[in-house]
Design a binder for this molecule. Structure first.
Ligand code: LMR
Length: 390
């Protein structure tokens, strides 16, 4: 059987980790995969996570199964954090292996019960199309962002949504758009909510960077506008970045509906989809998040840590934009964009030269992870980028 298989290429983004590690230059710079780094280039375990792990180690009395949908207390606390208490809607969640697991279950559910069509604005996180395609969805694309002008093409998004058919799914990034960092204004969120409600579309909202954009509450404001308007919604949450627990694979998918019965029915389907795929999610990361969110002291410390990570990112954005501003007229937009990523108008050949000649690593799309910069690197990075951008 194996002889009938063709070898598959590595995921380009994940392969970049290996390329970077194999480079022996000590002044190399990693602007690749989306993990937060401090000014030493490390991705430390958060204090609040360490404290929660210590508590779990001391108090956990069993490693037996939890429940088919995962840890219910984790799910309730996470939904309060993301959806808020006053949604006017009913939510039912299933714990998943990371945000990707949540997107996969959502996609399976759309394939099972929806029109089988999903509208995706491009550029997007490359794995979105991969996940939706793997479940057989018909993915229809439209332009979300124009790289040369660094503008969100809102009219193109509205056109795609206005022409979508009743019941179609639409993928929306909650905040800190991956890969562009460019999001909707509050007025645009309201317009999106209207068209989604009017056309009875099903928003699949990907929330993977809460707290890295404008603030912990601010980053879910648009999401809350949508779920208050949409008759039904799916919200995929990743805890990887906000809690810095990437390898613990912690996330959840929430079905949001106008009645508890409808949300519960959707959840029962998500649970059976998980059962026939990986049965049940891993526990540790969810137990850590539950422990943090359930404790006033740990929650406060976690919020302080998350706010500090956002502060560092915002500072780096301002510094890089200022260092690029003499030679690139769109540099101010870099400072306005939010979260870890921006998408620079670079040619693939330029990206490869940056790697080879300067040890600066980013995917060939030209996406940069701002968190990979150290303050001391900014002048050097700006000096080599300016002639390529200007
Ligand atoms: C990224 O976009 O770099 C992250 O979401 C990591 C990943 O899995 O692709």
């Amino acid at each position: 059987m194996f002889d009938k298989l063709a070898s598959q290429p590595n995921d380009p983004l994940l392969a970049l980790i290996g390329l970077y590690n194999d480079d022996s230059r000590t002044d190399k710079i990693d602007l690749g995969v989306g993990v937060y780094r401090d000014d030493m280039g490390n991705t430390p375990v958060l204090r609040s996570v360490k404290a929660a792990e210590k508590l779990l180690l001391e108090t956990q009395s069993s490693k037996s199964y939890v429940a088919p949908e995962g840890d219910r207390v984790f799910l309730d606390l996470l939904w309060d954090l993301v959806g808020g208490k006053e949604t006017g809607r009913f939510a039912a969640g299933v714990q998943t292996p990371g945000g990707s697991g949540a997107l996969r279950l959502a996609s399976d559910l759309i394939a099972r019960a929806g029109t089988g069509r999903l509208h995706l604005g491009l550029p997007s996180w490359p794995n979105h199309a991969g996940i939706f395609g793997a479940t057989g969805l018909n993915v229809e694309t439209h332009v979300y962002f124009d790289v040369p002008t660094q503008d969100v093409r809102f009219s193109s998004v509205m056109k795609a949504f206005s022409e979508a058919q009743r019941g179609d799914a639409v993928l929306i990034h909650a905040s800190c758009h991956n890969p562009t960092g460019a999001g909707f204004t509050p007025a645009q969120w309201a317009e999106l909510a209207s068209v989604i409600a009017e056309r009875r579309l099903v928003p699949l909202i990907d929330s993977a960077y809460q707290g890295f954009g404008a603030g912990i509450e601010e980053d879910v404001a648009g999401l809350r506008t949508l779920i208050a308007a949409a008759p039904e919604a799916l919200v995929a949450v990743s805890c990887s970045k906000s809690f810095g627990i990437y390898r613990e694979r912690t996330g959840a998918i929430f079905a949001v509906a106008q009645t508890q019965a409808a949300a519960d029915t959707a959840r029962s389907n998500l649970v059976t989809l998980a059962r026939t795929s990986y049965s049940m999610p891993p526990d540790h990361g969810a137990a850590v998040v539950r422990t943090i969110l359930a404790s006033d002291v740990l929650r406060k410390d976690w919020m302080d840590e998350l706010n500090a990570m956002r502060g560092r990112l915002q500072g780096l954005r301002r510094e890089l934009a200022s260092a690029l501003s003499d030679g690139w007229q769109l540099a101010p937009q870099l400072a306005e964009q939010q979260g870890m990523f921006s998408l620079l108008p670079l040619k693939e050949a330029d990206v490869l030269t940056l790697r080879k000649a300067h040890g600066i690593y980013m995917p060939t799309s030209g996406r940069i992870n701002i968190a990979g910069l150290k303050s001391a690197d900014i002048e050097r990075v700006a000096t080599v980028l300016t002639p390529l951008l200007g």
